[in-house]
Design a protein around this ligand. Structure first.
Ligand code: AMP
Ligand code: ZN
Length: 506
């Protein structure tokens, strides 16, 4: 990173931020290595299928972390990768490459699969108003660096070659360091729970994990290396890309709770194994799972629906469609470290709450200022303090939202002339609400059809028309019709022509 600058641009609240660190299992005061710079790495999607709403929750968690750190004045380098090789169907060293498998099934090039689902991921991120990362590196773009890290780990004696593959030696590493520190797992318990797996005979020990795998003849994605034509192990890419762009020590590493073990545990081992330096990451953060009837939302469970299905309501779990901001608001009403259960009732309640919040936002600019001096009974500074205390307490968005609803009550009382304020108090309220609602929580107005937000709603409509076009290409007439009907109900028609489709307000 660049040379440190002064921290003058930081908000006075920056020092009050505490983060729930999964490594220490404590809330710790956030002290960046090199303020005002912050380095944050978040594990991105494996681009072999459409993202589901559970994935959206994790990316939203870190979107809000990124937004709040920026709001405090930090200059954040936010790196979120694209996993486009090495993630096997067994989520460990066994099975087929997820992308290679999909390419085989769909008779496409692996890179066509990667492009298709990366595009889908970006579309979804845009619909939910997630900020783009500063760098979005891919695993296939960093094969040379991955081979370099394997060599460094081999040189330190924490890995060995076997039959053209290279494995990390977990027991050897554990003699010098602490394997299991993040997940709290003990090496002997792990051994008792390890299944005997295909290809494991190459390993000296079932606990060892692959850094490089020799590819068999049917494997589509492979690269030359000193050991074999093969491909990198899944965990390696994140060690390599985080250190390449953020340094061997950096501030925050995030991902979903299900990545804590083995993915992040192995990342720590690789980083320490390559450099000899422990504690590559200062704050490990894990977002908890979105569940349906208490079970993790996952493609394999059949309970994961896509954002497109959510908007159109075209899924058995959905009573009707919900807007992306309703979903964003619903998710923000839970703390990221707790599980959140999906239900139609909760979404409908979130829709009402969001409507109340946005009505107050719309009334803000027009609030009357009838006093020449501040009303001593109105304390905007206290509201602002409560907002920063909520976010400073490990990004507690549910508490923040409850404080914002106190501000909404105040706005409504001022709008109906029950409380009077002066111009300074109005300016403070406008700044507070705009800052927390739009910048920190990342909500946008969805209902406006003119003025500044036509750009956003227009982009959303363009996207829906594009998604309908994709559905038609895939002969998914049900989805295509559901999108047309949902837009029709909002007074928007889709016009099809030989050059494609466009939308029009009736
Ligand atoms: P994947 O593409 O499977 O590597 O997942 C991308 C991200 O979504 C990871 O950080 C996962 O932990 C996260 N994720 C997967 N399922 C869920 C869920 N049900 N709730 C929250 N996050 C999830
Ligand atoms: Zn990762």
């Amino acid at each position: 990173m660049d040379a440190p600058h002064s921290s003058e641009a930081l908000s006075p609240f920056a020092g009050d931020l505490h983060i729930g660190n999964s490594l220490s299992r404590k809330k710790e005061r956030f002290e960046p290595l090199n303020a005002p710079y912050v380095g944050m790495y978040v594990c991105g999607p494996t681009v072999y299928s459409n993202v589901h709403l559970g994935n959206v929750r994790t990316f939203l968690t870190f979107d809000v972390v990124y937004r709040y750190l920026s709001f405090l004045g930090y200059q954040v380098r936010y790196v979120r990768n694209i996993t486009d090789v090495g993630h096997l169907t067994g989520d460990s060293d066994d099975g087929e490459d997820k992308i290679g498998k999909k390419a085989r099934l769909e008779n496409l090039e692996p890179m066509e699969i990667v492009q298709k689902y990366t595009n889908d991921f970006h579309d979804v991120m845009r619909v939910f108003n997630m900020k783009s990362p500063s760098i979005e590196p891919s695993a296939t773009g960093h094969i040379v660096e991955q081979i370099g890290m394997i060599k460094a780990i081999l040189d330190r004696g924490y890995a060995y070659e076997s039959n053209g593959s290279v494995y990390f030696n977990v027991r050897k590493y554990n003699e010098d360091h602490d394997y299991g520190a993040l997940s709290g797992r003990k090496i002997d318990d792990l051994l008792n729970n390890t299944r005997s797996l295909d290809g494991q005979d190459e390993k000296n020990d079932p606990l060892d994990f692959a850094l490089w795998k020799k590819a068999d003849a049917s494997h589509l994605m492979k690269w030359p290396s000193p050991w074999s034509d093969g491909f990198p192990g899944w965990h390696l890419e994140c060690s390599v890309m985080s250190t390449k762009y953020l340094g061997t020590q950096f501030d925050i590493h995030g991902g979903g709770m299900d990545l804590k073990f083995p993915h992040h545990e192995c990342e720590i081992a690789q980083n320490t194994g390559a450099t000899g330096e422990a504690h590559s990451v200062r704050y490990w953060m894990h977002g908890n799972m979105l569940t349906v009837n208490g079970r993790k939302m996952a493609k394999s469970e059949g309970n994961g629906f896509t954002p497109e299905e959510l908007i159109t309501g075209n899924h058995a779990l959905l009573e009707r469609g919900y807007s992306p901001m309703t979903v964003r608001f619903f998710m923000l009403q839970g703390h990221y470290a707790s599980t959140l259960d999906f239900s139609n009732e909760a979404l409908q309640a979130a829709e009402k709450g969001l409507d109340r919040l946005m009505s107050a936002m719309a009334a803000l600019e027009g609030l009357p200022t009838t006093l020449d001096a501040p009303n001593p009974d109105v304390n905007t500074a206290a509201l602002a303090k409560r907002c920063s205390e909520a976010m400073g307490d490990d990004f507690n968005t549910p508490i923040l939202i409850s404080v914002l609803f106190d501000a909404v009550k105040l706005v409504n009382s001022i709008a109906s002339d029950r409380i009077a304020i002066d111009a300074g108090q109005k300016a403070a309220l406008v700044q507070l609400l705009n800052g927390y609602v739009f910048d920190v929580l990342g909500l946008i107005r969805e209902d406006e059809t003119s003025g500044g937000s036509e750009g956003e709603s227009g982009a959303l409509l363009d996207l829906l028309v594009e998604l309908r076009g994709n559905a038609k290409t895939n002969r998914d007439w049900g989805t295509a019709d559901a999108i047309r009907d949902a837009l029709g109900a909002l007074g928007i028609s889709i016009k099809d022509s030989k050059d494609g489709s466009t939308w029009e307000r009736d």
